[in-house]
Design a protein around this ligand. Structure first.
Ligand code: KIV
Length: 285
């Protein structure tokens, strides 16, 4: 049975009903089809593609054009999921105008349901401008990978009282600016529980404990595809890295031992053609 397209209203209804939402990142068409089939409600085409797909050391080099190409593919694979385009570094920092133009590209070229951008108090003007353009916005605070240099690395945030107060101020500013959704990354569960109750908008978490309105994980981490490191907050649901490597090894062995291809993998000369075929070959001998 095909699922009805998930809208922003559905996400608010789920928050009100206390129904948790499952959210994963995704970067390609086939994985999007699998997520859609599994009933995942939300998909983020994250700039984590920088590490997970392109092998960069961070998200910083990722461009708008790369994000658009991957987001279009995911949208095609997951027509009913709530798909969010992730604004890459320097696609919104420069000015409100640049931010609106790039957010608009996600809608016009990749048919997303919303865009996400990192930062709290300091992105208020950008959020207002994008919301004023009629676009659904998801804020992202706590550990914000694009500005991890300023945070002293990929470190959990809000673990001291002063830092927790800053996270709460960011959350309030984002809701006040008109954002429709909020993502909390790598903050204590006590803090995310407080923010989730305090805010009217749906609040989701990645590494932020159980008490948010839903959970996000990076697909490449949870299926065991990303090998470089595994953050503390990840649960690995399978190890495709191991499964795929075993398949490649088995294939290599079959090629070496000449057990592949077998007869069933071959296109034989059509029945009745054998005699003419053999005569034709003779011409070349
Ligand atoms: O790009 C991404 O996948 C993200 C997550 C780290 C939240 O922004």
């Amino acid at each position: 049975m095909t699922r009805k397209k998930i809208s922003i209203n559905d996400l608010y209804t789920k928050k009100a009903a206390g129904e948790k939402v499952s959210w994963l990142t995704c970067y390609d068409f086939p994985t999007a089809q699998f997520q859609e089939a599994a009933g995942i409600e939300m998909i983020l085409v994250g700039d984590s593609m920088g590490m997970c797909v392109y092998g960069y050391e961070s998200t910083v080099p990722v461009t708008m054009d790369q994000c658009i190409v991957h987001t279009e593919a995911v949208r095609r694979g997951a027509p009913t999921a709530f798909v969010i385009g992730d604004m890459p570094f320097m696609s919104y920092q420069e000015s409100d105008q640049v931010a609106v133009a790039n957010a608009g590209r996600f809608l016009k070229e990749a048919y997303v349901d919303a865009i996400k951008l990192e930062g709290g108090v300091r992105t208020v003007s950008r959020i207002k401008a994008i919301v004023d353009a009629g676009i659904v916005v998801c804020g992202h605070i706590g550990l914000t990978p694009q500005s991890s240099g300023q945070l002293g690395g990929h470190k959990a945030q809000g673990r001291t009282t002063e830092s927790a107060e800053l996270v709460i101020k960011d959350a309030l500013a984002i809701q006040q600016a008109g954002a429709h959704l909020l993502l909390l990354e790598a903050i204590p569960p006590e803090l995310s529980a407080f923010i989730t109750k305090k805010l009217d908008i749906p609040v989701y978490g990645i590494g932020a404990g159980i008490e948010t309105d839903g959970q996000l994980l990076i697909v490449s981490d949870m299926i065991g595809q990303f090998q470089a490191f595994t953050p503390k907050f990840v649960r690995k649901y399978c190890d495709v890295g191991e499964i795929i490597t075993q398949a490649f090894r088995a294939y290599r062995e079959d090629v070496k031992k000449e057990t592949f291809p077998a007869d069933e993998h071959c296109y034989h000369i059509l029945e009745g053609e054998e005699k003419r075929f053999s005569e034709m070959l003779d011409k070349f001998n």
